[in-house]
Write a protein that binds this ligand. Sequence first.
Ligand SMILES: Cc1cc2nc3c(=O)[nH]c(=O)nc-3n(C[C@H](O)[C@H](O)[C@H](O)COP(=O)(O)O)c2cc1C
Ligand SMILES: [Fe+2]
Ligand SMILES: [Fe+2]
Length: 403
Amino acid sequence: MYCVRNVTEDLYWVGANDHRLHLFENIHPIPRGVSYNAYLLLDEKTVLFDTVDWSACRQLLENVEHLLGERPLDYLVINHMEPDHGASIEEILLRWPQVKVISTEKSFLFMRQFGFQIDGHALIEVKEGDTQTFGKHTVTFVAAPMVHWPEAMVTFDTTNGVLFSADAFGSFGALDGKLFADEVNFDRDWIDDARRYLTNIVGKYGPHIQLLLKKAGTILDQIKYICPLHGPVWRKDLGYFIDKYDKWSRYEPEEKGVMIAYASMYGNTEAAAQALAAKLCEKGVTNVWVYDVSNTHVSYLVSESFRLSHIVLASVTYNLGIYPVMHDYLMHLKGLNLQNRTFALIENGSWAPKSGDLMQKFVDEELKNMTVLNDRLSIASSLHADKAAELESLADSIVESMQ
Ligand SMILES: Cc1cc2nc3c(=O)[nH]c(=O)nc-3n(C[C@H](O)[C@H](O)[C@H](O)COP(=O)(O)O)c2cc1C
Ligand SMILES: [Fe+2]
Ligand SMILES: [Fe+2]
């Protein structure tokens, strides 16, 4: 059965929802599923904007065939050819061999690399600023390198103000009927998945997102709709989401708050983390979030690290090193380029505590623009009352640094 929704006048969502995939990119859990968005414009010419993952191809075809009826498909615009969007290109070419494919030079190169059979079809290579008219609608192509792959572009329809934003402004989470961000309680039900999507998928490329935001800024008053490749379409309160993207891509925290990430085998480091959390709350800082790195998927840890201003790392020493799962989390922060946070450290060791120095070294040498507070809490196996003053002063210095 086809499943389409009207976006505006002659533009339709023809994508699909996926609740079967457990791990996006085979790494990030998506308990709420994900959507692969594609859009069909029925102008004098018919235009499909992007395709879907291979697993959703059949749904895309039913949707497109339903809306086209007897009409041919004239154009296929590929903003981003990564397989979660581009895998169905070949199938579209098989069904509509006369379709003209519009994309970037690098995108066509990648399609060939992936083995998509595109040669022999009409291929239109576009670059920054090129335009194309489909009848009433004229679109402009804007390069968006590294948002999320180097071949990516976005397309702006100057006629109706629709920005096809590729992976930018996307989110994890299946739509399940609700196409528009204003049909859900986004700030309550979606923002965490949107942040987890952006920070984990494109977090590393903040400056590239900034570049795209700058370009969008010059036509901000003309953008009426943002149609991303995942998650809801924006037609109201665009500023809310653009502002979030701006913060995330500048690596500025969204909130003053403390994330306490602990690594503990027998619960003693965990107890210290809890004691610190309680102390912070007692001192009036209640935006405190405690995570066990061993049972929290790192994509959530990354997302929370982008949200909050302060991060406490509490780790046991493990074979003279940082606990491996904690180290993995730190490696993710490095890989995703997180900056501008204040850290505090808690170390634990029973015979040769090393995790404090090693975490300090990691934050100092591997991460950018970070501050590490001086008051480190060092625990010998378990936290005793004799360290109450040190705990107090660690909490104080965190609170003070939040002023
Ligand atoms: C496999 C393993 C390796 C450890 N290696 C070290 C070490 O190199 N140096 C050290 O001081 N403590 C080491 N410890 C002890 C822990 O760091 C820690 O002090 C103890 O497990 C209590 O913390 P917890 O209750 O939070 O797990 C090790 C423990 C285990 C199980
Ligand atoms: Fe992508
Ligand atoms: Fe994607």
